[in-house]
Write a protein that binds this ligand. Sequence first.
Ligand SMILES: [Zn+2]
Length: 296
Amino acid sequence: MKPSTRLWLASLYLFVIGTASLAYTIAELLLGVIHSSLLVTSDAIHGFMDSAIAYISGFGLYYASQRGKTFPWEIYRLESLLTLLSILTVLTLYTYMLATSIRLNGEPTPLWMTLLLLAGGVLTYVMYLWERRNYHKLKLEILRADALHAKIDTALSLTSAAAVVLSNYFHLLIAEVAAVFVIYGYVLYEFTLLAKDAAYGILGALYKDPALEDKIREAAAELGKPLDVKIRRAGSFLVVYSLVAVSPDMTVGRLHVLRTKAIKTISKLHPLIVHVDIKFVPRRKEYKRPLKSRHA
Ligand SMILES: [Zn+2]
């Protein structure tokens, strides 16, 4: 399968997942507010954040699959910044809501809502199974990370359902409050992971993958002696910089042909590579290199 087809399919999967969880989340949010259940509302906010993440990664993969030679890849850093800002907004509203409406003496969440929470857990688990299958098929890291996430989210929904049962049968409203804090804690944790990732993407942090680096060196070696290879993050994507020492006798025409070929090869090494930059320096004759510089 072509890398662009893999990316396109993965983006489609993420859109389907984002839409399914958004539809469920909106229904849950409405019911949570109508029945003034902080627990159900919290579960909905968590789901809302997750569907936003699925949409944003889906758009990123979609653009990567459509990219042409002139695609402004710098825009991927903007994608990271937008992710960070939108999630921060939801988190702020959520924190405000918790701080102003948490109570230990209110009414428990209606018992029938355990069914709603359980349905949410089942939906998440089904999506997890589906994503796991897609990950094996497409081998895209972005889908695997999401599958682990879905597993934890399912566990959270089951915990919430258990808390509603406890608060109804044993008048333990504290169980619901505890579950709300567990959800809040997990949303905070998800946020820090996402913020870290977004910050790496915005700053263009180095991406460490020795096996990939070796393959890039191998491809660049077609031109001459690779002096430096760097893989940097650009949003959720990767940009490759390479410095190659080429023979001073090589013609510009030949250099151009080899460079175009190397860029093509390197672009195919990883589906998330969106830009390859190869720079040259003339290679010095071996016998002119002072030996001591090796030990410096
Ligand atoms: Zn989640």
